[in-house]
Design a protein around this ligand. Structure first.
Ligand code: EPU
Length: 425
């Protein structure tokens, strides 16, 4: 186990290079099983979720090798259609691999992805879509058995724009016989990254970034070299860190392979940050960010599918707003347990009242250091932000959840002046 020891009250100053995107890397790693070839991925974050996905791929016969921030994945030697239950149970997003394996293999045995730490997360939309494409699915003894030897193009209408189901069904359709149309698809930028990678492999897919995605089945794909987009949620987290500490930081590595500035993919939180008094100057591939030193309250935040306010930034914003000069209102509409971290930040003196999906944050000006427990990824990161701003010493216990999605968070923050140390015990 590890924990962070943090002495709050230091202003962040310097440069932060934003890591590659977790939520783009994971589906792209899953896509690597499609082509029986070597793929080279650049800008891959060195985080626990990527390690788990690498272990899953290795367990079915892929070779996966990391060199710095490059990941080499070769899926030529896939020799198993049974995906290890122990690994799948550690990471919800492993379910995206089901679509890719259904595409590559005739039969797949999969387990239910692990219980989630942010709420009930069913996979009905994934399974319904696979059935629409012609897969036969049986569920026995806690396993999912998929026969997918005759997938055919189909018009699929998702009941909800699920990110993972959209990705999984794109992957499942890649070799299908004919034309697939996915309506009410998720529009997240990570799906555009997946599409760009698939196009680089020779797939025929279009429409990502809109709610209508189409795939024309192909026979074969080739190897691909690709640079993963920067992580817009890590970017949003560090923007909140700068504001909560009254800091001034240059954020770097903000440009994706198709020259998209990643700030443009967080327009909703960007707008809210301006409302709360953070100054953000957009420069080519970088952003200069400076806090006024006073966090203004935000009238209302409602989490929504992209391009709405991302649920993954809700907890970091709650931390930031807990030191604001006034009250803010936050509504969570995607995951039912994402207010869980409120009981932890309350130990630092935060005044957040949550009822159902609504939280009212009354800013207290200053938080005070305390021992708190990181119980999930974004809640854990939000506790680190609170500790950076709190008076005195804090312990954020169990960094494992934070390690799932943030690359070397303690080192990165220490480099810009935070007093933070990781301790293994
Ligand atoms: N849902 C269903 N049935 C399904 C699938 C989803 O009811 O078959 C529901 C979920 O329960 C949830 C909503 O739909 O209430 C949205 O879930 P979605 O499938 O869109 O989320 P996901 O694909 O499981 C991804 C990200 C999450 C992010 C969500 C929403 C990855 C690897 N994960 O999850 O990221 O919160 O989209 O934007 O891309 C994180 O990074 O901390 C994280 C949790």
């Amino acid at each position: 186990m590890s924990k962070y020891l943090i002495e709050g009250g230091r202003r962040l100053e310097g440069e932060i290079a934003v890591q590659g995107s977790k939520n783009a890397t994971l589906p792209i790693m899953a896509a690597c099983v499609l082509n029986s070839a070597e793929n080279i991925l650049h800008n891959v974050p060195d985080i626990l979720d990527v390690q788990i996905m690498a272990e899953i791929l290795t367990s079915i016969g892929c070779t996966v090798r990391r060199e710095g921030s490059d990941l080499y994945i070769n899926s030529e030697g896939i020799n198993s259609n049974v995906v290890c239950e122990r690994l799948v149970s550690q990471m919800r997003s492993s379910i995206v691999l089901l679509g890719a394996l259904a595409s590559r293999l005739d039969n797949v045995q999969f387990s239910y992805p692990g219980g989630s730490d942010i709420g009930y997360r069913p996979i009905d939309i994934h399974l319904k879509g696979l059935c629409d494409l012609g897969a036969q699915i049986t569920k026995e003894r806690g396993y999912i058995f998929v026969t997918s030897d005759n997938l055919h193009g189909k018009n699929i209408v998702l009941d909800y724009p699920s990110v993972g189901a959209t990705e999984s069904l794109i992957l499942a359709s890649i070799f299908s016989n004919g034309y697939t149309n996915i309506s009410n698809a998720a529009k997240e930028p990570e799906i555009i990254d997946l599409q760009n990678f698939l196009l680089g492999m020779g797939a025929k897919v279009g429409g990502a970034g809109t709610n209508n995605i189409y795939i024309d089945g192909v026979q074969k794909l080739h190897g691909c070299e690709y640079t993963i987009m920067p992580d817009r949620i890590a970017l949003g987290t560090y923007l909140c860190a700068v504001h909560i500490t009254g800091g001034k930081v240059m954020l770097k590595n903000l440009e994706s392979e198709d020259n998209l500035t990643i700030l443009d993919t967080i327009k909703a939180p960007h707008y809210k940050l301006l409302e709360s008094g953070l100054k953000i100057r957009n420069l080519p591939g970088r952003a200069m960010v400076e806090s006024t030193g006073i966090v203004q309250p935000i009238s209302s935040i409602v989490t929504q599918p992209y391009p709405g306010f991302p649920t993954d930034l809700q907890n970091p914003f709650l931390s930031m707003l807990s030191v604001a000069k006034g009250s803010s209102f936050v509504k969570e509409t995607i995951f039912d347990s994402r207010f869980k971290f409120i009981s932890q930040i309350a130990r630092m003196g935060a005044n957040i009242r949550a009822e159902g999906s609504l939280a009212v944050v009354t800013g207290v000006g200053k938080l005070s250091g305390a021992k708190v427990y990181a119980e999930d990824l974004r809640g854990g990161a939000a506790l680190v932000l609170a500790a950076l701003a709190a008076e005195g010493k804090s312990e954020v216990v169990d960094t494992r959840h934070i390690d799932r999605g943030y690359e070397k968070m303690a080192e990165l923050l220490a480099d810009v002046g935070a007093c933070i140390k990781r301790v293994d015990y």
